[in-house]
Structure formats: structure tokens, C-alpha cells
Design a protein around this ligand. Sequence first.
Ligand code: ATP
Ligand code: MG
Length: 300
Amino acid sequence: MIMPVRNTVLDIINLGVALPAGADRPFAVRNISFHVDTGEIVCLLGESGSGKSIIAQTVMGLLPKSIRATEGEVRLLGEDVLRYAPDQLRAVRGVRMSMIFQEPMTALNPVMTCGEQVDEMLTQHTALDAGARRKRILEVFADVKLPEPERIYASYPHQLSGGQRQRIMIAMALILEPALLIADEPTTALDVTTQAEILRLIRQLQREHQTGVLFITHDMGVVAEIADRVVVLQLCCNRRSSRTPRCCSTRCRASIRRRAWWRPSRSRRRYSPCASSRRPTWDATGSGASAKSLRRSMST
Ligand SMILES: Nc1ncnc2c1ncn2[C@@H]1O[C@H](COP(=O)(O)OP(=O)(O)OP(=O)(O)O)[C@@H](O)[C@H]1O
Ligand SMILES: [Mg+2]
């Protein structure tokens, strides 16, 4: 039998991230294992505080100094980024992996125009001259469906709407065609219509470029809209480390069902139904009866 070739972009193996002394628990996350393949969107789903952003920051090498990955491996295109020196990390950020944040205002520089900020990335990572860089930036602004790319190029972040700022972040994240895109709740701060547009855009660009996407969310509607596969984090029911999140197993399903975020609200119509052609599959480490019940409730 011929097995399909799996091109893994990101492979996280038994990751454990230690918190500083005095934090609410010793480890932010522990025993985390999952992967993201080329051309798929994996949703990392978990309640607030379960460690989703910590995992994203670990992959990107953006953890604060007081927090350290002490266990496991984070393989980006086969190489363990936990062993990278800071300059190696800087070289791959934006090129092999990039990230979109929940609030673009915190990630954009308020005193530089949007065009200048994207230009900085191209200057750093390519040998293009000024004219070619400007042309490329205007093309990408058009790709992410920003109106009047010339005007947007010369605008400061505060002169744009929230949705437009998020499109700038997407343009910046994808301009160097990274293999991995991490999106940490990129639509949470947006209204429902803009949220749907941004999700469609991420899905469209991901398909065009075959990017592997790790999409972080606690929103079941977003999962229904965008996920190919889902990995669930929850506060662990492992007795020895009673409050350390990890990828959940069937042992945890009773506890998962009790979590509010696990139950999609039937009154919020935009959360359902999950289009029949867009049913996500569930990662083995996050599967079991609980996953089935969620999938059922998403399709009703
Ligand atoms: N700078 C920090 N110092 C100490 N502890 C931290 C720090 N940042 C995060 N933590 C701890 O790590 C836990 C996980 O935080 P994280 O931001 O990853 O959660 P999250 O799943 O992204 O939540 P949310 O959905 O609210 O964004 C927090 O509950 C907190 O206890
Ligand atoms: Mg977070």
C-alpha cells in the first residue's frame, strides 16, 4: 500500500514550558505533542489561560526571559528551534515562520507608515531594490484586499480600521511566503462581518501558498469555519500535576464537557451549522468521545 507523503512543517514533541517561581503553576504547559503539515489549518483550541499563546511564543522564540521551554522539541521544517541561537531565530522569523497577533495595534509601530513597516521586513530579508520592494508591497496589499494600496502604504496604523490593520499584519506575515503561519486569536477583536472576511482571507491565502497554519482560538465558531484538524488543550486532570494544561485524552473527557467553552451555544447562529464540506478531523491526542460529541454538536 502506498502511504501518502506527510510534509510536516511544525512538529511539537513533549513540550514543557516552565513558569517563573511564584506563578500560578510550575509549568504553563507540559507533555504537548502535535504537528502541522503543509497546506493544512490546525486549530489549537483551549480555554483562557490554558497556554495557547505560550506555545505560540515558544515556537516563535518570543518567550519573555523568565519563561523557558525546559522539556521536549519544537521542530520547524525538521530543525529544533529550541536549540537556535537568537540570531538564527531572527533569521527564520518572517521567512520560515511568522505570526499574526490578536491586537494589531500592539504589533505595529505607531510612528511608521504601514508601507515602511512592511518595507523594513523586505529590506532585512531580501536583496530587492527600493522600487521592487514598493511594487511587491503594493501587490501584497492588493492580495489581502486592502482598498487603495497606495494610500494605505502612506497611512499610519491609527488611520486605518481594525480590520484593515489586521490585513496589514497578514500582508506582513505572508509577504516572504513562510512555511508556517501562527495566528493567535487574530479575529477576536473584530466585528462578526470583518471576522468572517479575515477568516476567508487566511483560508484563501493559505490554500494559494500551501502554508501550514496553526490557528489559536477559544471560539468554536472559528473552529467550525476554518479548521482541517483540531488540537484541544485543557487544564489537566493528571493528579501529579493537577493544573498543567496538556493535549487532552479520553481520560479527560468528563472534565472537558464541564468547560463552558466546550459547549457551543445554540443561540449563537453563526457558530453552526458547520458546513458539511468543512468538517475538521480531530488530532489523536485531542480525540475521543469528547471530540465526537463536539463534532456532533457543531453539525446540528
Ligand atoms: N509573563 C508571564 N509570567 C508568569 N506567568 C505567565 C506569563 N505569561 C503567561 N503566564 C502564565 O501562563 C498561563 C498561560 O498563558 P497564555 O497567555 O498562554 O494563555 P492563553 O491560553 O493564551 O489564554 P487566552 O485565551 O486568555 O489568551 C497563564 O495563565 C499564566 O499563568
Ligand atoms: Mg492567548
